[in-house]
Design a binder for this molecule. Structure first.
Ligand SMILES: [Fe+2]
Length: 263
């Protein structure tokens, strides 16, 4: 892959997404968030990849996957008015369909195209399946890290400002109250990523986002999560009780252990 390929992809992305702007205020805000998210995830894949020591060409591939990973979100938002995959369709698979239909990757060699499409298709899977090819596995893990890193940024920022401006679409239309599901707490205490299908309240969503820590693959990503204090900031928006304090200290010791083990 050449630098000019990446430039072509950036131009295509800009043109494609410009067709999705909306007169509806919440929807337009969401489209803007998704455009910004795509560019930042492109940057994240590049930065994390760079810190992991991958070569120049691999960085181009990484950035392409980052930029395109949520391309299905645009059609999903406009067609269904929701980001809920369960209530519409899987946006990762939809994204692969969009890239194939528009022949966006046709200039790349076959193997590179396949890596990009596989990494995009699996970026939101609850867990990665067995992947035999090392390169495909690496990029699939990288995009999942880069994506989570930026979602944590977006939601932390949103939770801290939502008193001024709420957006039900970003909250997945979940009920906001003091309650939460203890099964999500249990998942965290057992180092397990939770299931998005189990969410009932906004606090559940926050707990799910905390549980992503168990699916961070690379230390440079973990380092960034800690530097920005995303988890502490999400925890601040949860009820102050002994159960949540246990979640807090469990997450802290998990992270500490990862850094000590160096993997
Ligand atoms: Fe996504």
């Amino acid at each position: 892959m050449e630098k000019s390929d990446l430039q072509f992809f950036r131009d295509w992305f800009r043109d494609y997404t410009s067709g999705f702007h909306s007169r509806d205020r919440d929807m337009e805000w969401l489209i803007q968030i998704k455009i910004g998210h795509s560019y930042r995830v492109g940057e994240n894949t590049k930065e994390i990849g760079n810190e992991l020591g991958i070569g120049k060409n691999d960085l181009l591939l990484a950035e392409t996957i980052g930029l395109f990973h949520d391309i299905g979100r645009f059609e999903q938002s406009v067609r269904y008015g929701t980001l809920h995959d369960d209530r519409s369709e899987n946006h990762a698979i939809l994204g692969v369909k969009v890239l194939e239909k528009e022949s966006v990757l046709s200039n790349l060699d076959k193997k590179e195209g396949e890596i990009i499409l596989t990494a995009i298709r699996l970026h939101n899977a609850k867990a990665l399946p067995d992947i035999q090819d090392d390169k495909t596995l690496f990029y699939s893990r990288l995009i999942r890290d880069a994506d989570k890193l930026d979602i944590l940024r977006v939601v932390t920022d949103y939770y801290e400002r939502r008193r001024q401006k709420r957006n039900p679409l970003i909250e997945l239309e979940l009920e906001d109250g003091p309650g939460y599901s203890t099964s999500l707490v249990q998942d965290i205490l057992e180092d397990r990523i939770s299931d998005a299908g189990e969410l009932r309240t906004l606090n559940d969503l926050k707990l799910l986002q905390l549980s992503w820590i168990f699916d961070i693959n690379f230390l440079p990503t973990l380092k960034r999560v800690c530097e920005k204090r995303y988890l502490e900031r999400i925890l601040k928006g949860l009820p102050d009780n002994s159960e949540i304090r246990e979640v807090d200290s469990h997450i802290r010791s998990y992270i500490e252990r990862r850094f000590i083990e160096g993997a």
